[in-house]
Ligand binder design. Structure first.
Ligand code: SF4
Length: 311
């Protein structure tokens, strides 16, 4: 019998829920349009649904008329973006996930004590741009980005004895482990954050996909191509030996992809809505799957409050 198994937990995390609520609530209170700098979360459906409600997504603040209501995305922004928003007299609400803000605070604290900082993350990802942009220009130290083990092996820093580490929140735990081990070998005095920067939702979804991979011949990760945490789930599923697809539209699923797959796993990145998961399940059911099983998993009860003005 052909079966679909659903990972738990999957889909929206508390940071994504909060970011979407901030945009929806701002439209409700102030009326459309509300301008959003960058995709508020990396998911096509979420962005299109918010566009339909009256959100306008822009790349740069220069595209936003003076005085407009503006939202910064969940990935966080550099300090310069806030200053620019003030200069342009925008009324802005910050949808930065509190777990990303925590890393921003670490960067400022380390920089204020004159330390060098290494960030482990992917160049050009908006979260990384935002976090690097929190390093004060007048700091005595320097901030460096390391993307992989090779860079960890070759990087040189000014102050190896006065060095700290931060990481992008949505990386794979196992990927950062290897990079961090290498960095620790080279810089034994490097100080790590008190608690890990990899967020609870990333960790839980990665644990769940590994469990799912034990029971599935192929795995569909519901998520968009530009979603970092969805891509990490796909990589982990592949490492665990499953064929894996990243899908954000039911029409992308073709019969040949599921040829000879009797046990199909489905999970979703932290930016993918459950509604989309259910549409994808429905589409797969048309390819002969008869049973649907929810795997047991950790119950999450994390909730982040909205900014005071939007409560
Ligand atoms: S994945 Fe983690 S860091 Fe990113 S928005 Fe969700 S809770 Fe925040």
């Amino acid at each position: 019998m052909k079966v679909i198994k659903l990972a738990n937990p999957r889909g929206f995390c508390a940071g994504v829920d909060r970011a979407i609520d901030i945009v929806s609530e701002a439209i409700e209170r102030f009326g459309a349009p509300v301008y959003v700098r960058h995709e508020v979360v990396h998911n096509r459906k979420v962005v299109n649904d918010l566009k339909a409600k009256g959100a306008i997504f822009v790349q740069e603040l220069s595209e936003i008329p003076k005085g407009s209501i503006t939202i910064f995305s969940a990935h966080g922004v550099a300090e310069q973006v806030e200053l620019d928003a003030d200069y342009r007299e925008l009324r802005y609400f910050d949808a930065t996930c509190p777990l990303v803000s925590k890393v921003h605070k670490e960067v400022v604290r380390f920089a204020q004590s004159g330390k060098d900082i290494i960030m482990v993350g992917h160049e050009n990802h908006p979260e990384v741009e935002g976090t690097l942009g929190r390093f004060p220009l007048n700091s005595l130290g320097k901030m460096y980005l390391v993307e992989d083990v090779d860079q960890a092996k070759s990087i040189n820093v000014n102050q190896p004895e006065n060095l700290c580490l931060v990481t992008q929140t949505t990386l794979s735990v196992s990927d950062t482990e290897e990079i961090i081990e290498e960095l620790k070998k080279r810089f034994p005095l490097m100080q790590e954050p008190k608690s890990e920067d990899i967020c609870y939702a990333t960790q839980n979804r990665q644990d769940a996909v590994k469990q799912l991979a034990l029971e599935s011949e192929a795995i569909i990760v519901v998520g968009s191509e530009n979603s970092s945490n969805s891509n990490r789930l796909k990589e982990l599923a592949e490492k665990s030996g499953s064929i894996s697809y990243l899908i954000d539209d039911p029409d992308q699923i073709k019969l040949e992809m599921l040829h000879n797959i009797s046990s199909l796993g489905i999970t979703a990145g932290a930016s993918a809505p459950e509604e989309l998961v259910q549409l994808i399940v429905k589409k797969c059911m048309t390819f002969g799957y008869e049973n649907l099983e929810e795997l047991d998993g950790l119950k999450e009860n994390i909730f982040f409050k909205l900014p005071v003005e939007l409560r």
